[in-house]
Design a protein around this ligand. Structure first.
Ligand code: ADP
Ligand code: TRP
Length: 330
């Protein structure tokens, strides 16, 4: 049997950013060549934050279009919506009974909310049980690898804990899947503020499919070397977000090398570096941006792809679920 990979992407905003691309999507697209791949839109997970029907529907379609435009091949890969496969919440409900509350209380997403001043009154139970649903998402398909960005590593560890507990309680059932991370720089791409990881909730993003004017604005307002006041001051390249992005997306390596050398010597202004970054960005994403516009005209095709993916995913998921049901005595 081919080695299997699986990952999910939460449709919690209407636009993918560079961090999502380098931390997750790029890997996913590459892995489908080598492995049997299952990728799904984690719409049940999005319910933790999106409570507006129209918004959720738009986000789901948008993320499907983004993935297909960026190269997901529905002929090879099983691409589906989580909510089309009821085995996900079914297994999660079973697993809940093996999960100590303390494990969930240590989850970053929950702790971050508490640290930001939220309370058990404002945090919903969906967010609290998020790692259990994610565990079910993964275990149903028995993948060897789960390709994710660094921020998901704790969820993968929780998933492994729960799987081991299940095996211990009911007998060997699950092989423990492993996280698969991209390079360090990609696994936690720095945001345009030059400080935090790129994240839509912070707004320090460069969006992949936004209009040109928006992207230009995002790039031109990017932080650079905070200690450099004049273009004639020698600048720092390492960790400088504009150069991190140049390294990742500018295919003209000679240009990047020259820009870095001039920057270090104080012979180039931020504006030129950013303008070149903007051009490199538009070149890098030219094809996906065009493909996405075309796909947008053909939304029915996208819906068909997801429906056929759900049929295939359900078959695999159902097998595991039946096995679990037998094990636990339901
Ligand atoms: P956000 O932080 O913008 O809300 P999500 O939590 O929806 O993004 O993440 C979707 C996927 O993209 C996850 O696999 C996550 O690990 C990855 N990801 C998000 N931000 C980054 C980043 N700055 N660097 C690398 N990967 C990221
Ligand atoms: N929690 C992941 C994120 O925020 C999305 C996700 C849901 C996922 N279920 C998954 C990722 C299963 C990998 C495997 O990005």
């Amino acid at each position: 049997m081919a080695t299997r990979v699986l990952s999910g992407i939460k449709p919690s905003s209407d636009s993918l950013h560079l961090g999502n691309y380098f931390g997750a999507v790029k890997q996913h697209i590459k892995l489908q060549e080598k492995y049997e791949a299952y990728f799904f839109i984690a719409d049940l997970h999005a319910l933790t934050t999106v409570h507006n029907k129209k918004q959720l529907e738009t986000n789901i379609l948008d993320i499907a279009l983004d993935y297909l435009a960026l190269g997901l091949n529905p002929e090879k890969t099983i691409f589906f919506r989580q909510s089309d496969v009821p085995a996900h919440p079914y297994l999660a409900i079973i697993l809940n009974n093996l999960v100590p509350l303390g494990l969930l209380k240590r989850a970053h997403a929950y702790k971050d909310k508490l640290n930001r001043g939220e309370t058990d009154q404002s945090i919903n139970a969906g967010l609290f049980f998020y790692p259990v649903l994610m565990t079910a998402d993964i275990l149903l398909y028995q993948p060897k690898y789960v390709p994710v960005g660094e921020d998901q590593v704790q969820h993968i560890e929780i998933m492994r804990d729960i799987a081991a507990k299940f095996n211990h309680t009911y007998g060997q059932t699950f092989v423990l899947p492993e996280a698969l991370l991209p390079s360090k720089q990609e696994a936690r791409l720095i945001g345009t503020d030059g400080q935090k990881k790129m994240s839509k909730s912070i707004g320090n993003v460069i969006s992949i499919f936004a209009d040109e004017a928006t992207i230009k604005k995002q790039i031109m307002s990017c932080f650079t070397d905070p200690n450099r006041i004049h273009p004639t001051d020698p600048g720092r390249v390492e960790g400088n977000p504009v150069f991190v992005y140049h390294d990742l997306i500018n295919q003209n390596k000679k240009e990047v090398k020259e820009l870095k050398a001039r920057y270090r010597q104080g012979q180039v202004g931020d504006v030129e570096v950013k303008q070149k970054l903007f051009q490199a960005f538009m070149t890098y994403f030219e094809k996906p941006r065009r493909l996405r516009r075309e796909l947008y005209q053909n939304k029915d095709k996208v819906k068909k792809i997801l429906a056929s993916g759900a049929v295939k995913a359900s078959k695999t998921a159902q097998k595991t679920l039946i096995q679990v049901i037998n094990r636990v005595g339901l």
